[in-house]
Design a protein around this ligand. Structure first.
Ligand code: IPE
Ligand code: IPE
Ligand code: MG
Length: 253
């Protein structure tokens, strides 16, 4: 099913965001501040992931998307990249049963080709085992980049519809967005970035077109349910106009 596009129609919005997308940033600085190796921050970050999944599930969020590893994170020291991969494997091995108990469906998006075989098998297995769960869809973006996503969607579209090359005027938004890695989810309502930076870092660049952007200085390992509540309270006060005027919003029923 193709999800409604915020630029083609005005989405329904509520008090609680349906889809929350988070850049989990600040693990390294959290550790450095405590004279620990950066990798200790990543290990602690896993606990914050558990808290976020639970808090979002309880508050009725339908989709939670977490940026775990960007297509540019390969530029980091080899030792840090390798720890992150090990942590990913260990977490998948340990957490799947808990996710099932919580009704969470797990999906991984990103270019999985560079990951080793074991990790790819674990990912496929975890996705299959949680496929029947429906309280919350948890998406982990791993080796994900917004530009990679737009390019892979464009390639897939041209492969399916070679006629478009001769009729570019027939190319529309829906054709492309249906092939994005997260075509199964509505566009995020709320974006959260921890760690104090105010940038998108090549996350869901297409889908964030009308998302509310929330930035907090809190480092990811310290982020918990109370911080989620603060972000949601901020979200409730936003006026989501999608191009319209405040006046129009007030007079609509
Ligand atoms: C986010 O924390 C985790 C990943 C990118 C994998 P960082 O590791 O970027 O932490 P800082 O930003 O250096 O503090
Ligand atoms: C973004 O964080 C990616 C993830 C959290 C996975 P980075 O720490 O890589 O972003 P930059 O480099 O500060 O923009
Ligand atoms: Mg960072």
């Amino acid at each position: 099913m193709t999800q409604a596009s915020s630029t083609r129609s005005i989405p329904a919005t509520g008090q609680i965001p349906r889809h929350v997308a988070i850049i989990m940033d600040g693990n390294g600085r959290w550790a450095t501040q405590r004279m620990l190796p950066r990798t200790a921050g990543h290990v602690r970050g896993v606990q914050a992931v558990r808290r976020a999944v639970e808090a979002c599930g309880r508050r009725g969020v339908e989709y939670l998307t977490l940026f775990a590893f960007s297509s540019e994170n390969w530029r980091r020291p080899a030792q840090e990249v390798s720890l992150l991969m090990k942590l990913f494997v260990r977490t998948l091995e340990k957490e799947v049963d808990k996710l099932i108990a919580q009704g969470v469906r797990l999906r991984i998006v990103g270019d999985l080709a560079p990951f080793d075989r074991k990790l790819r098998d674990l990912i496929r297995d975890a996705e299959a085992r949680t496929a029947d769960q429906s309280s919350l869809v948890l998406t982990i973006a791993a080796n994900y980049g917004g530009r990679w996503d737009i390019l892979q969607a464009t390639r897939a579209l041209l492969a399916d519809r070679p006629d478009l090359a001769d009729h570019p005027e027939q190319l529309d938004e829906d054709a492309l967005s249906a092939r994005l890695a997260m075509a199964y989810a509505p566009e995020p309502d709320l974006f959260i970035r921890t760690g104090g930076e105010q940038r998108i870092s090549n996350f869901l660049i297409w889908q964030l077109a009308y998302t509310e952007l929330y930035f907090t200085p809190c480092y990811w390992p310290d982020f918990g349910a109370a911080d989620i509540d603060q972000a949601f309270a901020w979200y409730r006060d936003r006026e989501r106009r999608f191009g319209r005027t405040s006046e129009q919003l007030r007079t609509q029923t």
